[in-house]
Design a protein around this ligand. Sequence first.
Ligand code: HEC
Ligand code: HEC
Length: 132
Amino acid sequence: MRIIKKKTGGILSAFVILLITLTAANPLPKRNLQVLPEDISDAQLDSIMKQYNKALGVSCNFCHTKRSDYPDSLDYASDKDPMKTTARKMMRMTIEINQKNFLTDENKRPHELNEVTCYTCHRGEAWIESGR
Ligand code: HEC
Ligand code: HEC
């Protein structure tokens, strides 16, 4: 009985150590959000990104580069494409325009943060070609 218990304990702790090692080596992919809130839901994020596509008349690859290990997919967290950096500037600018000019009410209504959108200026077109 004793021997079995010892063995089980040994196997168990080996398993726990293996689990800890695997978790440390493969942490959950962290998002790389600098303007949007880190805890935004996938659905909200997706909806905002689709708005960008419409506002600029582009596809997701206008701002997101291909994954090097899996070129059929885009590496959304990567900042390799300077267009993504430009888009971040535009996001900050749009937020500022709305906060300064439309958020006058103390009882802030969320839509007032969205009076001026990407579409207000871009009207479904991007001015610069992405080169892709
Ligand atoms: C006009 C440029 C632009 C377009 C077009 C665009 N994105 Fe993005 N995307 C961004 C920017 C900028 C960020 C980072 C936002 C931030 O820092 O808060 C981002 C972030 C993301 C993220 C989060 C990545 C992470 O850090 O984990 C995902 C997922 C994503 N985009 C998916 C898409 C999809 C899907 C499409 C097409 C439907 C798309 N994007 C189209 C600019 C764009
Ligand atoms: C107040 C008007 C205005 C708003 C609002 C605006 N943009 Fe722009 N955006 C511009 C102008 C003007 C340029 C061209 C700048 C240049 O040529 O140097 C531009 C350029 C860009 C570019 C570079 C590619 C191109 O079309 O020239 C991206 C990407 C971009 N905007 C994304 C966005 C996104 C995403 C939003 C919403 C979060 C947004 N913009 C909101 C005016 C605006």
